[in-house]
Structures are given as structure tokens and as C-alpha cells.
Design a protein around this ligand. Structure first.
Ligand SMILES: Nc1ncnc2c1ncn2[C@@H]1O[C@H](COP(=O)(O)OP(=O)(O)OP(=O)(O)O)[C@@H](O)[C@H]1O
Length: 270
């Protein structure tokens, strides 16, 4: 059997409470999830259930309180260096041009300037920004900045890509364009992807598998659905197919309960 690119093995994460509560707050409890090389997996769940916490553990930014993370079979200690991350927040360096931003990771890794420049230009071209290489982030649109971030991640050729609601700040049309671009790039050179979103349509349209987390505290996996929709997919078109609609209904049947539970908890906290 092949070794998964990424596996979370019975991970839990308890945050220490600031109010002196000795038990702290357990965001996720006993979650196991394996992503094969080349597989695109989305995790959905109600707001605040612990999706980002899972991703941060996979990135090595947060150590699990119990359980462990393995990367291609090796226990992860410290940062996950085989993974590239793309987060919801803007991550570009405002003092560097688009090209400078894409080159940065290569330079940090010790690449020769000319090589880094050539590869970064190649990636800017792939994400449709060849003509904008000299622009600074503030001179680019939100969608363009996301494209630069994408190039910044992919230029390093990571085996695993971790994405935390990367397009949630974009308008719907730009978002769909970006989703299609990600799928095209992923299809050309399949990597293991862990994609976090609260948008079920996006999760189904993009993924091979959708994993559902329960409402917190102590979120756990409450459902897992394989998405056998044909590829290549157009994220806007695929949503209108009967198989998509059927799958959406089946997943929503499970997710709805959790979303309602999460909402109730938020009201209780307020
Ligand atoms: N550093 C921290 N200290 C204490 N509690 C935290 C910390 N980080 C997250 N939490 C709590 O853990 C829970 C899970 O947070 P997380 O950000 O993983 O959820 P999420 O599912 O990604 O949320 P959203 O969908 O709103 O982005 C939340 O209740 C949050 O308040």
C-alpha cells in the first residue's frame, strides 16, 4: 500500500485557557485523516469548529496535544517543509514587486538570483501575470494578488499544498476563475492538497473527497464523501450537473446539523 502524503493520526488540540480554566478548550478531538499523494481533499465544517487548527497542525505551526502528524510516513517535528501554504489573509510582502514576491522563497532556499528570476517569471506567466511582474501588491487587484500568492507557493514545487479558505475574500466571478486555475495547475502536476473551506459548493467542485467536521468543542470527523465527478472540471458548470446536486444534498444532510449546532453555540457564547 502506498504511504499517504499527509496523515493526521488521532490528533487532538487543546488550547490553554486564559481565564484559568484548567481544562482549556479542546478544539478538535481524535481526528484521523490521510491524504494520498496527488489527492485533493477538502475539509468543511461549521464556523469555529477547528478547520484552521487542523491545517495548522498539518503545517507544523501547531503541535497536536495528542496524536501525531506524518508526512510521507515520517513523523512531523517542527515545520512541514514538504508543504506550501496559502492562507485567507494576504501574505505578500508589500515592499516587493510581484516578481520579487514569487522569487523570495527560492532566494531563501539559496537559489541563484538568475535561476530564481527565470523560474518566478515562468510561474507569473502560468498564473497570467507576466505583464505585471514589476507591480507592487498595492498596484494589483485582489484576484491578482491571490494569483501572485499561488505562484509564490507553487514555484517551490511542494509535494503537499495546504490552503485555508484562500479565495473567500474574492468576488464570486474572480473566485471561480481562481478555483479553475488551481484545478488546472493541480491537474497538470498532481500534488496532495488539503483545502479548508466553509463553502460546500467549492469543496465538492474542487475535490476528490470531502471530509465533514462536527461543531466544536472537540470537533471530530462526522462524514466523508468521495467525489467521483469527471475531471477536468469547470467549477461553475459542474455545479449544475445532477450528480453534483445529489452529492450536495447528501453532504448537506450531514453538515446542516453541525452548522445549526455551531450556530447555537455561538449564540450561547454571545
Ligand atoms: N490560539 C488559540 N487559543 C485559544 N483558542 C483558539 C486558538 N485558536 C483557535 N482557538 C479556538 O478553537 C476553535 C477552532 O478554531 P479554528 O480557527 O480552527 O476554527 P475554524 O473552523 O477554522 O473557524 P472558521 O470557519 O471561522 O475559520 C475556535 O473556537 C477558536 O476560538
Amino acid at each position: 500500500m502506498s504511504v499517504p502524503a499527509l496523515s493526521l493520526d488521532g490528533v487532538s488540540c487543546t488550547f490553554v485557557a486564559r481565564d484559568g480554566d484548567a481544562a482549556g478548550y479542546t478544539a478538535v478531538r481524535d481526528v484521523s485523516l490521510a491524504i494520498e499523494a496527488g489527492e485533493f481533499v477538502s475539509v468543511v465544517g461549521p464556523t469555529g469548529c477547528g478547520k484552521s487548527t487542523l491545517l495548522n497542525m498539518a503545517a507544523g505551526l501547531l503541535a497536536p496535544s495528542t496524536g501525531g502528524v506524518r508526512v510521507f510516513g515520517e513523523p512531523l517535528a517542527g515545520l512541514n517543509r514538504r508543504a506550501g501554504y496559502m492562507f485567507q489573509a494576504e501574505s505578500l510582502m508589500p515592499w516587493r514587486t510581484a516578481l520579487g514576491n514569487v522569487m523570495a522563497g527560492l532566494s531563501f532556499r539559496g537559489a541563484r538570483d538568475a535561476d530564481a528570476r527565470a523560474l518566478a517569471n515562468e510561474w507569473l506567466q502560468r498564473v497570467g501575470l507576466a505583464a505585471f511582474a514589476d507591480r507592487y501588491p498595492h498596484q494589483l487587484s485582489g484576484g491578482m494578488r491571490k494569483r501572485v500568492s499561488l505562484a509564490q507557493v507553487l514555484v517551490l514545487d511542494p509535494d503537499i499544498i495546504l490552503m485555508d479558505e484562500p479565495f473567500s475574500a474574492l468576488d464570486i466571478q474572480t473566485r471561480q476563475l481562481m478555483e479553475n486555475e488551481v484545478l488546472a495547475l493541480w491537474g497538470a502536476k498532481k500534488k496532495a492538497v488539503l483545502f479548508i473551506t466553509h463553502d460546500l459548493d467549492e469543496a465538492i467542485a474542487m475535490s476528490d473527497r470531502v471530509v465533514i467536521l462536527s461543531a466544536g468543542p472537540g470537533s471530530r470527523v462526522v462524514g466523508e464523501f468521495r467525489v467521483d465527478l469527471e475531471r477536468p472540471r469547470d467549477v461553475a458548470e459542474v455545479r449544475t450537473t445532477p450528480s453534483f446536486v445529489e452529492l450536495h444534498k447528501a453532504i448537506w444532510d450531514v453538515l446542516r446539523e453541525e452548522v445549526l449546532a455551531g450556530y447555537q453555540q455561538q449564540l450561547a457564547k454571545a
